[in-house]
Design a protein around this ligand. Structure first.
Ligand code: ADP
Ligand code: MG
Length: 656
């Protein structure tokens, strides 16, 4: 065949392949156009996977009648002027390819009217050719209906998946657009049913609620941190919110939904220890930085971005992300009482009317810890000799010293017997007579504090945050510590909590370089040649985790030092387990294997320890309050569950 220049339509069809892959990519481009047009309300509707029918309607700026035709010309855009700066792009679109590409491979009807104009215009196109242009009356904004995607490129149509799968991909795309644009109310309708309808009130947590439902939205951890022109804000889900894959990690760079390995890695690094092994944190994270420090023009689908200073960004991103968990507390009362908007809509069919502003509760204040506990702790019975439990409080002024205010250790001593009417203020009351074994202080460091000085010592140490008043109600099933505090009933898995605390201590000691203790007598562990090989292959790794092991004789291994945190745990079963784990993970990264060694050690340390005594439980609670260990064990199991008084009262029909 002779060489010929392809006609415009053929060029269009070929170019369309880059932008228009499937209905989801059409939806993405059209929603981006609506967002660029300043819309505050967008409706996306599809039928049969979006292949037969896909509509995006917005209330944005519209297109002037005389420009409507031009919008379908290749590389026609209102967003980039000649000589404009490609490195300073502030709109989602800029390539001027979406409309022509979509029109080239489908039948399109565009109806549009700028708010200032009396009438609008309707354009019909088929395979990229304009079939009709009419003046029409229509609402202001733009509505684009696309029908029969790839009707003229059957080979590409054949590549589409079943309608349900295509609908799923559109739904996923719309979901990300919703999460990325909390200030825009987006409604998504699939085969006549409303799947999502976001509030558009600008609140990230409400937006998460409209996508994930109430329980997830309540548990997400908020982040808003900036540093040197870089801001990261949004929500992170760990613990119960972790997922088996990365599909619920949504990242937005300057408002643009992106896939970005750098961000994913930073997130996972920071969340390590807060999600179960094999699970992934979820997130809705917005990254904002000066437009010139990021390149969005990497691929026509604009899903990839490149940072100009990768290494610098990586460091900053990680530092900012870790602030989400800084100062996190196990007994975080405010987290227990976050109330999202009253209406939940996640994959429901009902139509959701965004609630009136006054119905939407404000976001929790950023400094959650500083929120005072509303209700006083229920005071104790009047007869001191009958007391079987102790209330502890810690006023801000005297910090942790107050735990000893009444002149003796604050201790858990069993189940409550009786309660009287609430008093005006929480109080510390201790039994007059205590069983002798309880005279022993809970933790050695507190023993000198038994009698506080009249004036607090003039030490220039920042006072710890006041601890909320709490009361240990008891231990259920030898496992769950029940604590009443404010209006919440906390259930703490003591094993998980213990493990978490050991983990924190261990990691801290590792970073300070004092995690390891030499054994008085090196321990010789007999093992098979294979086991020995596994252990010795990981010798350096084990050393980094506070172990010192070396070959001994022909077959054995000698252990000279182990981590402090192990306490009196039995070493032989620990090594057996370490060998198993390291063998399973032989092709995993060094980082991953190191984490496994740390976690296995903590698990063994808890197992090897005696069952916790009442005093230890009390000490544990205090340590959790004071160190603010995060609320999941190193394996990601939750440490604590919360039940609110209101929830309980609803169950007993005291509250409707
Ligand atoms: P780009 O978005 O890259 O500019 P498109 O092909 O997506 O290219 O759109 C071409 C032009 O059509 C845009 O620059 C814009 O001026 C106009 N346009 C498209 N969609 C809309 C819309 N929903 N509202 C207002 N203008 C729109
Ligand atoms: Mg566009």
């Amino acid at each position: 065949m002779p060489i010929r220049v392809l006609d415009a339509q053929m060029v269009g069809r070929i170019a369309a392949g880059e932008v228009v892959e499937r209905p989801a990519s059409v939806a993405k481009e059209l929603i981006e156009n609506a967002l660029d047009a300043g819309a505050t309300s967008i409706t996306v509707e599809i039928k049969e996977g979006g292949v037969a029918y896909l509509r995006v309607t917005d209330n944005g700026s519209g297109i002037p009648a005389e420009e409507a035709r031009l919008a379908f010309e290749n590389h026609a855009t209102s967003k980039l002027q000649s000589g404009g700066d490609l490195s300073d792009i502030r709109t989602l679109g800029f390539r001027g390819e979406a409309l022509p590409s979509i029109a080239a491979v489908s039948m399109v009807e565009l109806t549009t009217r700028p708010p200032g104009q009396e009438s609008g215009v309707r354009l019909n196109l088929k395979g990229g050719r304009v079939e009709s242009v009419k003046e029409v009356g229509c609402p202001s904004g733009t509505s684009l209906v696309m029908r029969e995607l790839f009707f003229n490129t059957p080979a590409r149509r054949a590549f589409l998946k079943r309608p349900a799968a295509e609908a799923g991909a559109v739904s996923d795309m719309v979901m990300r657009m919703i999460l990325g644009n909390p200030g825009v109310s987006v409604r998504f309708i699939n085969n006549g049913k409303t799947v999502y309808h976001s509030y558009g009130d600008g609140n990230d947590r409400h937006t998460a609620l409209s996508v994930y439902g109430r329980s997830v939205a309540e548990q997400l951890v908020a982040l808003d941190a900036s540093e040197g022109g870089l801001r990261m804000n949004g929500l992170i889900g760990v613990g119960d919110c972790a997922r088996p894959n990365r599909s619920q990690q949504s990242f937005f760079v300057n408002g643009r939904v992106v896939r970005c390995a750098l961000l994913t890695q930073a997130l996972e690094q920071v969340c390590k220890g807060r999600v179960t092994i094999g699970q992934y944190p979820m997130c809705i994270l917005h990254v904002t930085l000066p437009p010139h420090s990021v390149d969005v023009n990497v691929h026509p689908n604009k899903l990839e971005v490149r940072f100009r200073d990768e290494a610098g960004i990586q460091l900053s991103v990680q530092a900012l992300l870790s602030r989400a968990f800084a100062g996190e507390r196990v007994l975080d009362l405010q987290a227990a009482s976050v109330t999202p908007p009253p209406v939940v809509l996640a994959n429901r069919t009902s139509v959701l009317v965004p609630p009136a502003p006054e119905e939407i509760p404000a976001d929790p204040p950023p400094e959650r810890r500083s929120v005072p506990v509303a209700a006083p702790v229920t005071p104790l019975a009047e007869q001191p000799e009958q007391l079987t439990y102790v209330t502890v409080r810690s006023p801000a002024a005297s910090g942790r010293m107050a735990l000893r205010e009444a002149g003796g250790p604050a201790i858990w001593t069993g189940m409550p017997r009786r309660q009287s009417e609430p008093a005006a203020a929480p109080e510390v009351r201790l039994p007059e007579t205590r069983p002798p074994e309880l005279e022993r202080p809970a933790v050695p460091s507190n023993s000198e504090q038994a009698v506080p000085a009249a004036d607090p010592p003039a030490v220039d140490v920042p006072q710890p945050e006041p601890l909320p008043p709490y009361r240990v109600v008891g231990v259920a099933f030898h496992t769950y510590i029940l604590i009443e505090t404010g209006d919440a009933l906390l259930m703490i898995d003591q094993h998980a909590a213990h493990e978490r605390l050991l983990y924190e201590r261990y990691v801290r000691q590792l970073s300070e370089g004092n995690a390891s203790q030499q054994l008085l007598m090196p321990l010789v562990v007999p093992m098979s040649a294979r086991e020995r090989a596994i252990l010795l292959e990981n010798q350096q790794l084990l050393m980094d985790a506070g172990y010192e092991v070396e070959a001994f004789g022909e077959r054995d291994v000698q252990v000279r030092a182990v981590p402090h945190v192990l306490g009196r745990a039995e070493l032989r079963p620990l090594f057996a387990e370490l060998i198993d784990r390291l063998d399973l993970l032989k092709s995993a990264t060094l980082e991953r294997r190191r984490a496994e060694v740390i976690q296995t050690s903590c698990k063994r340390a808890v197992k090897g320890g005696d069952p916790l005594s009442e005093l230890e439980i009390e000490a544990l609670i205090r340590e959790m309050l004071e160190t603010g260990a995060p609320p999941s064990c190193p394996h990601g199991r939750p440490v604590m569950k919360v039940m609110n008084r209101a929830e309980l009262e609803r169950q007993f029909k005291r509250l409707q």
